[in-house]
Design a protein around this ligand. Structure first.
Ligand code: 9MR
Length: 405
């Protein structure tokens, strides 16, 4: 393998568009001008070393979101007693890897401890408890988070407010008050409203637009709208529908991000379903790529092994870009292609596969002839092809990436 000198690396700035070809999802996203491509994770999975190896792969993941460990029931299980241990594990992992952290979430109707759901509240006492929670948690993670999902899933499907304890006790003012409280605790963190089924036009998206306007009408800062993106294979909104909905939000002066992307199917998975899933992932990511103020995409965990889907939707699953054996599915190539990268071996066994899955290659890369020009041939965790096709040399670029040049 050849090592690039610093002079050649400097010259390589002009080569960057080519250098991303064959690179991972985050590398390709950043080359497209996005801030990150990321994934959710959760504390129980962190005992799985093969899982953690891929989670740490910053070529694919430049951002992580704690799936559960910053939620109210974990952090403040009894009133005014804060427990940050689990959330800190993930925040520290992100820090150690140099990954951005999306912090999730502050005010939600779900995963609340019983002292909140069964308490006897007045407007004033519940507001005080909400503000106390937000102030403590945002202050604890000050400087760690790229963004906070300040309010999560406040809307019904028809765009009206969900009858949560927050809404029924405080009224819609709980939203701007939550955002104002978060802004006071950390003026630099991005403050998001986050919801599902607001990725396409309709009553619920109109409700989300109205939430942005409501918060702004109070003179309070809101920086972004998180489009969760929990989709179904074959029923995923089109790229143009998603892009035009993103444009409606960004027209209000906020950024957007796809925050919890996964695309489930009715099991068993078939080649046809996997092909449609690839198309659906690709179109969704392409909508973000096409939207200047869409800052990044987060998948709601990267492997089917730890997806939330099967336990929630009976008979459904296979929603992630990697299967339960950590093998990349066609969806991975769909995402990479949407991000402007070129897959060298689209369904190649992942770097961390713990099973003896077979490796297959696509026409854009061939194990028989070596890795094609511009393809990845090395880097931390890389177990794909390491020998370049005739005429090309595997060239060290950084610890995470070597390329056939
Ligand atoms: O992934 C989370 C799962 O482990 C929890 O059991 C579930 C409980 O509601 O929450 C999941 O994450 C949700 C996220 O916090 C908000 N949007 C929907 C996600 C999937 O349910």
């Amino acid at each position: 393998m050849v090592r690039l000198s610093s002079e050649i690396l400097a010259l390589a700035v002009g080569l960057l568009p080519q250098l991303v070809q064959g690179a991972g999802l985050n590398t390709a996203a950043v080359a497209k001008g996005k801030l990150y491509f990321g994934t959710a994770t959760d504390n129980p999975e962190l005992t799985d070393t093969a899982y953690v190896t891929q989670l740490n792969n910053t070529d694919d993941f430049g951002q992580i979101t704690p799936g559960n460990s910053q939620k109210w029931d974990t952090i403040e299980p009894t009133q005014n007693t804060f427990s940050y241990t689990k959330g800190d594990v993930i925040a520290n992992l992100a820090k150690a890897n140099g990954q951005k952290l999306r912090c999730h979430n502050l005010v939600w109707h779900s995963q609340l401890p019983s002292w909140v759901t069964s308490g006897t509240w007045t407007n004033a006492t519940l507001l005080a408890a909400m503000k106390n929670h937000i102030t403590n948690v945002v202050t604890h993670y000050k400087g760690d988070c790229y963004a906070w999902d300040v309010v999560n899933e406040a809307l019904n499907e028809d765009g009206s407010y969900r009858e949560s304890i927050w809404y029924t006790t405080i009224g819609p003012a709980y939203l701007p008050i939550a955002f104002a409280t978060a802004a006071a605790a950390d003026p630099n963190v991005k403050l998001y409203y986050n919801d599902y089924n607001i990725e396409y036009s309709g009553s619920k998206a109109t409700g989300a637009l109205n939430i942005v306007k409501l918060i702004q009408s109070y003179g309070v800062k809101i920086d972004g709208v998180g489009l969760q993106g929990h989709f179904i294979v074959g029923s995923t909104p089109s790229q143009s529908s998603q892009a035009s909905t993103m444009a409606a939000y960004t027209a209000l002066g906020v950024e957007v991000a796809i925050t919890e992307l996964d695309i489930r199917m009715t099991l068993p998975s078939t080649d046809a379903l996997l092909a449609q899933q690839k198309t659906d992932y690709s179109g969704t990511v392409a909508a973000c790529v096409a939207t200047k103020n869409c800052v990044g995409v987060t998948i709601w965990d990267w492997t089917d092994k730890y997806s939330w889907v099967p336990s929630t939707f009976s008979g459904q699953g296979a929603a992630c870009p990697w299967d339960e054996n950590y093998v990349k599915k066609p969806a991975y190539t769909g995402i990479l292609t949407a991000l402007g990268g070129t897959a060298t071996s689209s369904t190649t066994t992942s770097a961390v596969s713990s099973t003896s899955s077979t490796s297959t290659t696509t026409s854009s890369g061939s194990s028989a002839t070596g890795v094609a020009h511009w393809g990845q041939c090395g880097g931390s965790g890389w177990t794909g092809g390491k020998t370049c096709a005739s005429g090309y040399t595997c060239t060290y670029f950084n610890d995470y990436y070597s390329q056939c040049l």
